[in-house]
Ligand binder design. Sequence first.
Ligand code: CTP
Length: 395
Amino acid sequence: MFPRGREIVLGVAGSISAYKSCELLRHLQDQGFLITVVPTRASLKFVGVATWEALSHRAVADDLWNNVQEVPHVALGKKADVVVIAPATADLIARIAQGRADDLLTNIVLTATCPIIIVPAMHTEMWLNEATKQNVKTLRSRGFIVIDPEVGKLTGEDVGAGRYPKSKVIVQATQDALKSKADYLGKKVLISAGGTRESIDPVRYIGNRSSGKQGYALAYAAAKRGAEVTLIAANADLADIEGVKIIHVETAKQMQEVLVREFEDTDMVIMSAAVADVRPENPVSEKISKGGLKEIKVLPNDDILKALSTKKKNQVLVGFAAQTGSDGLNQAKDKLRAKGLDLLYFNDVTKTKIFGSDETEGILLDSNGGERKISRISKVTLADKILDLALHKLS
Ligand code: CTP
């Protein structure tokens, strides 16, 4: 399944049905979701931190006052593609409806801009209480997705409305929530991916380590949001994406030709491809023997983004910069300016593994001087964050 790695914050409140969220977590993982569990204090009386850490393979965040330097409530709220709160108690629903921020989970709810799914589970009397009903109405009117509980056997002798729904209902709601964003409808987006190759002879080339995963993740995310996407893929060994027009190229020159041809009626260009800066002056059709490989004369390739920025009307231009060394950030800022870009994603490829990985970390630079640190997330989640900012620029 492509692509894996949508981020979910799974909030768990203090209901006996908290144990059912262990199974829910597994089912969400089966769909490729990556999950950070945020239990409330009361819920830990039912299911403990060790269980959540073992199941999610991640540290559990249960306290606003741990790792304060990382500002966890903001980081988790921004990182999430969907927040699922299951089970949600009457008390938690009331606190969210009031906009309170008295624990980590309610802080996350206030900072998240993604869809939030609430899965109430409680006794029938509490569910039908006028206060709860009003709170649920308030949440729905604010865009929260509240799943109605099932009718059935509750804790003790009770039978009625309030039962935790089946996992598959929650998984489906999560998938639907991701699909519902169609803010790129009517927009044309050109995305480059992979690494260009410049032929030396039939066997050798000048190339780079780019896998194409970030560009494919961008194409997938933009298409999901309704964009008409053309992906110019250079030497990426990845599966086609439904609904995306893919043009395969090998060299920088071929990539430039396609981009220039398609540029005029495009709204946005995202250059995630690593483009070779030079090409051999005299590529040959016979293999060069090792004795002839002492020197390869090269010619410079055009800077594609720079060339596009001179033709730019209203198009938004987004670049990438994989740097090394202590001056990497400054070099990335220079590129943003020199290439006339609206946004640039910078990462330091010596610090952590980025090439070939499904995850990334770096800094998103804005032409208005803004800098947004991106802590390790999936490349698809980064794609959505870039698309959010780029759409803002477009309008
Ligand atoms: N890029 C481009 N055309 C090129 C080289 C790069 O459009 N000939 C784009 C890349 O796709 C990327 C951005 O410019 O979005 C930065 O690429 P990078 O290779 O870091 O920049 P260079 O200008 O080649 O700088 P360096 O001297 O560090 O190689």
